[in-house]
Design a protein around this ligand. Structure first.
Ligand SMILES: *[C@@H]1O[C@H](CO)[C@@H](O)[C@H](O)[C@H]1NC(C)=O
Length: 161
């Protein structure tokens, strides 16, 4: 162990160490959708629930749903790189909302579903627009319209909100 490393270890009090660990774990999504500054979540409606792991007719919901009215502007939640467009469904009856975007930033790879991206490559700064919320009410009348946030590794995104 080098003397510099030894110094680094001995000068950290337990409180400072906890602070350091907290800072390392502090990635949080900024505002995703116009009209929803606190990233409030879809809870429960006639079509199901919005939390990660909710039932979806024999399978589990692999993302977290953030409320977003149809036609709203969708923002970059932090500085992001755009990694291409996605399709969500194979079912043609859902064509009206069958778009999304693959993103990375803050060390996270994630996808946003039901968003028509303005662009599909390059970088976008936190708070700048990345696209438009698609007309979800046309496909799921009465649902709480939402952006679906899904981590590329299918892990639970809730801790980032
Ligand atoms: C999303 O982008 C990442 C990083 O470029 C890539 O590894 C991943 O395969 C992409 N996923 C999809 C579904 O396009």
């Amino acid at each position: 162990i080098s003397s510099a490393m030894h110094l680094f270890i001995t000068v950290l009090t337990p409180t400072q160490l906890i602070t350091l660990l907290w800072v390392c774990d502090a990635v949080k999504f900024g505002q995703l959708c116009s009209g929803n500054p606190s990233n409030s979540r879809r809870t429960s409606d006639g079509w199901g629930q919005g939390h990660y792991g909710a039932g979806r007719g024999g399978r589990l919901h692999e993302g977290l749903d953030i409320k977003c009215s149809d036609g709203s502007t969708v923002f970059a939640p932090f500085d992001v790189t755009l990694n291409g467009k996605l399709t969500v469904y194979t079912d043609p009856s859902k064509a009206a909302i069958n778009e999304g975007i693959n993103l990375s930033g803050e060390g996270l790879c994630f996808k946003l579903f039901y968003v028509r991206p303005d662009r599909t490559s390059g970088r976008v700064r936190k708070g700048e627009r990345i696209g438009t919320m698609l007309p979800m009410q046309r496909v799921y009348p009465g649902i709480t319209s939402h952006v679906h946030v899904q981590m590329c590794d299918k892990s639970d995104p809730t801790r980032y909100f």
